[in-house]
Design a protein around this ligand. Structure first.
Ligand code: ADP
Ligand code: ASP
Ligand code: MG
Length: 408
């Protein structure tokens, strides 16, 4: 007998028919003698619909009320799934985040889990119940409802698996595993049998939305056995996130990630003197805006410099406004922005032992006439910022150039 946490995403619970299918899968695991905790997302499209309602009333919705609102999506699915399980003759009980007591900090809309009280769940499991828990939501110490950021149900699943010391956490979604890149962009993308935690972390942080980055961080920290599978297929091993690198099967590049959620801000012609980076980024940091890539070029005259950085698109207007307001005090000639960009990244632990990957990437993009606007590298990734209109082309040609459609 094993204790398994299963998480089902929005598409997998998108209709009552699909909720019944989920109940059948859960029933099969119960019939094999396992204890099952199920975490569900809101029905597909529901979270976006709720956010849309809020924005129709407040252009910048109050974060506390936003969480009260969007947490309702998951409350619908826990109840429906519990009913579907009961209809099949199983004992089932739903839990909101607060009812479990998934305690978070109070950073509304992007809260972090601090602790989980797993006693009630364990008691139910021992009494033969399937525990059905709302993903994405928690409660702060004052009793306020909080949510964990978009895609946060993955994190609920993994965090519960860690707290319950589950044997496995299974993430059921609308694809049958983690692919070399998003199969919706590149049909030739190949499913990976395994991917290392390090690589999955990079893929998630660079924009692959198949797993929320915090879920991968949790799994790595608490050594949770994590697998991504399809909720639409009966069979299949999915993709296992592993701790070991398989030396035999290690390709140089494991995958390509992309992020359409960034925008760039450029400050032109600022005096090149100590303290200028701080003068530009200090006010941005004070406004709680996270900066991703940064480049600075000294101008031809040697006395001025151009400074470019990227931020999340949601915060683009705010960042641009801050710098336009500070243009005079910084002494900049011009401040401009562009939100029609995409970041494309190659990821692979094999890069450590191979040189020339960056130049092959640049050559491949050049051959298609794709201009690179920014570059950043680390030990196991290379990212470039390009015009968003070239996203699909860039990912497709890189996928081919690095031979990702064929197993290593
Ligand atoms: P869920 O609602 O189940 O949480 P998501 O939409 O959050 O599902 O995540 C699954 C989606 O992630 C897939 O439909 C796919 O388009 C996208 N995706 C992006 N990159 C990858 C990748 N490397 N492998 C698999 N899927 C990916
Ligand atoms: N329903 C939430 C969202 O759409 C959480 C999730 O699906 O993981 O982001
Ligand atoms: Mg998701």
């Amino acid at each position: 007998m094993a204790l398994i946490v299963q998480k089902y995403g929005g598409t997998s619970v998108g209709t009552t028919e699909r909720i019944k299918n989920v109940a059948q899968r859960v029933a099969r695991f119960k019939a094999q003698g396992h204890q099952v905790v199920v975490v569900v997302s809101a029905m597909s499209g529901e979270t976006n619909r709720l956010i849309g309602l809020a924005k129709g009333i407040q252009s910048n919705p109050d974060p506390r009320e936003m969480d009260v609102l969007v947490a309702t999506g998951e409350q619908v699915t826990i109840a429906l799934l519990s009913m579907a399980l009961m209809e099949m003759g199983l004992k089932a009980k739903s839990y909101t985040g607060a009812q479990v007591r998934i305690l978070t900090d109070n950073a509304f809309t992007k809260a972090r889990i601090l602790s989980i009280d797993e006693e009630n769940l364990r008691r139910d499991l021992n009494a033969g119940y399937v525990a059905v828990v709302a993903g994405f939501q928690g409660v702060d110490e004052r009793g306020n409802i909080t949510t964990l950021g978009r895609g946060g149900s993955d994190t609920t699943g993994v965090a519960l698996a860690a707290a319950l010391k589950a044997d496995e956490c299974q993430i059921y979604t609308d694809v049958d595993g983690v692919y070399t890149t998003d199969p919706r962009i590149v049909p030739e993308a190949r499913k990976l049998k395994t991917i290392t935690f390090e690589e999955m972390l990079e893929m998630a942080s660079l924009g692959s939305k198949v797993l929320q980055i915090r879920s991968v961080e949790f799994a790595g920290k608490y050594k949770v056995k994590l697998r991504v599978l399809s909720s639409f297929e009966e069979e299949g091993e999915g993709t296992l996130i592993t701790f070991e690198e398989d030396a035999m099967e290690q390709p140089i590049i494991s995958g390509i990630a992309f992020n359409r959620d960034e925008a760039k801000v450029t400050v032109l012609g600022v005096p090149d003197r100590p303290g200028i980076a701080y003068a530009i980024l200090g006010p941005v940091a004070e406004a709680n805006i996270d900066v991703d890539m940064i480049i600075q070029n000294v101008g031809a005259d040697g006395t001025t410099t151009d400074f470019t950085f990227t931020v999340h698109r949601n915060e683009f207007a705010k960042a641009l406004g801050i710098l336009k307001a500070a243009q005079g005090s910084i002494g900049a000639r011009e401040v401009k922005g562009d939100d029609k960009i995409t970041k494309v990244s190659l990821v692979g632990v094999g890069m450590r032992s191979h040189s020339g990957i960056a130049s092959s990437m640049f050559k491949t993009l050049a051959a298609e006439g794709i201009n690179i606007q920014m570059i950043s590298t680390s030990e196991i990734k290379i990212s470039v910022v390009i015009d968003e209109k070239y996203l699909e082309l860039a990912v497709r040609v890189l996928h081919k150039a690095f031979n990702l459609e064929h197993a290593a």
